[in-house]
Design a protein around this ligand. Structure first.
Ligand code: NAD
Length: 386
């Protein structure tokens, strides 16, 4: 499938997606309204290629071939003969609509139009098009050349042909593609919410400090980073915005309720690593925060957050957002979880997970802790996911 690929938006995501397509032999047109952004993308790619050659990951000839396959332009008309165009511009529905409408006047009728959006519905983007059966979500993770996961999201309008063609293409590009329903947060940004939300809640209740909660998740769970370290890495501004958007999109379901602690950190400009201060202090004079390595508290924290994550993963299966396999693959390949959550649930035993959730639900009396109906049903029928 050696079609010409268009990528619009040459920022963090667009430039990475263009690299992935070029590495797979496609001629790529990378478009941006800003010449400065294009120059930066070109410079970054050249540095990346030099690094890959230095590390002997690719030859100098391959690096030249990849670089020459990417054409940088501010003119949308250059996309006229593309078979697939992926937009990765600013996350604004009005701006995306204007772009898609204009794009449709340039490309052929059978050109697939994809969006890399993280939070907008694919159906709402397709509504801008005359031929809306060509819209699809192709959601890469940052950095696109390194992260193996790609969520493929058909909208209600998307044709089977478009879905099949994109699934095949993503597989050819060596990525792990998972098909998911056009629902808020798709798989990863939905299922991962309790990793942050429940950690913040545990902190707010005064059960433990940031360092202890992080220690519990890395020590007992084998997560590469604890929730607070990870939120500081992602940026509290970005992470809070995703939480708020998922909460609103789910009609204010208390499961996704944002936290005042994170809001205040964001308001204070404590974004995390990028601002030098988040939950932790990243300046040179900072004192290292040490966890309280109390095994009992650590296990309690880990069991509570994991039960909430598993409940969310089960809800995603129940609501047919994706298959069990797709959800486990998404969490291990998209956010590096040490194990698929449903496989983990089987290992611990579904009755134990249900018991932990019922405990939380009866202690707090909050809807946020309600065990999922599918979990109850599976326990009753003595079933497991695998
Ligand atoms: N950053 C992430 O971690 C991440 C991960 C997955 C998905 N996304 C999604 O990818 C998209 C892009 O995010 P990003 O972080 O790469 O943004 P970014 O700000 O780094 O880049 C956006 C680029 O789009 C350009 N642009 C804006 N309007 C344009 C237009 N009308 N036509 C052409 N170019 C235009 C800007 O000049 C800029 O260079 C968003 O939809 C975002 O939700 C982001």
């Amino acid at each position: 499938m050696n079609m010409k690929i268009g990528v619009i938006g040459s920022g963090t995501m667009g430039s990475g997606i263009a690299q992935v397509a070029a590495q797979n032999g496609h001629s790529v047109y990378l478009i941006d309204t800003s010449q400065q952004a294009l120059d930066k993308a070109k410079m970054n790619l050249s540095q990346t290629m030099s690094r890959l050659v230095e590390k002997a990951k690719i030859s100098a000839d391959q690096a030249t071939a990849i670089s020459t396959l990417i054409h940088y332009s501010t003119d949308l008309n250059d996309l006229s003969s593309c078979g697939l165009v992926i937009e990765a511009i600013v996350e604004d529905i009005k701006i995306k609509h204007t772009l898609l409408k204009e794009l449709e006047t340039i490309v052929d009728k059978d050109c697939i139009l994809a969006s890399n959006t993280s939070s907008l519905s694919i159906a709402s983007l397709g509504a801008a098009l005359n031929f809306s059966n060509r819209i699809i979500g192709i959601h890469f993770f940052n950095p696109a050349p390194l992260m193996p996961l790609v969520e493929i999201i058909p909208a209600v309008q998307t044709s089977t042909f478009v879905l099949e063609k994109c699934t095949e293409l993503i597989q050819q590009w060596g990525k792990s593609g998972v098909i998911c329903k056009d629902t808020p947060g798709f798989i990863v940004n939905r299922v991962a919410r309790p990793f942050y939300g429940e950690a913040l809640r545990i902190y707010e209740e005064g059960i433990a400090d940031f360092a202890t909660i992080d220690w519990a998740m890395t020590h007992f769970g084998g997560f590469k980073m604890g929730p607070f370290t990870l939120m500081d890495y992602i940026g509290n501004d970005i992470n809070y915005a995703v939480t708020e958007s998922v909460f609103e999109s789910f009609y204010f379901d208390p499961r996704f309720k944002p936290s005042f602690t994170q809001k205040r950190h964001k308001e204070a400009g404590y974004f995390g690593r990028k601002s030098g201060r988040g939950y932790y202090d990243y300046t040179e004079v900072a004192e290292l925060l040490m966890p309280n390595e109390n095994e009992e508290i650590g296990k309690l924290i880990f069991n509570r957050i994991l039960a909430m994550l598993i409940n969310e993963a089960i809800d995603a299966v129940f609501m047919q957002v994706g298959t069990s396999e797709a959800i486990d693959l998404a969490m291990t390949k998209g956010v590096n979880y040490p194990k698929g959550l449903l496989k983990w649930a089987d290992e611990i035993g579904l009755p134990t997970i249900l018991e932990r959730l019922e405990d939380l639900f009866s202690t707090y009396g909050e809807d946020r802790y309600r065990p999922n109906a599918l979990l109850r049903k599976m326990v009753k029928e003595q079933k497991s996911f695998y």
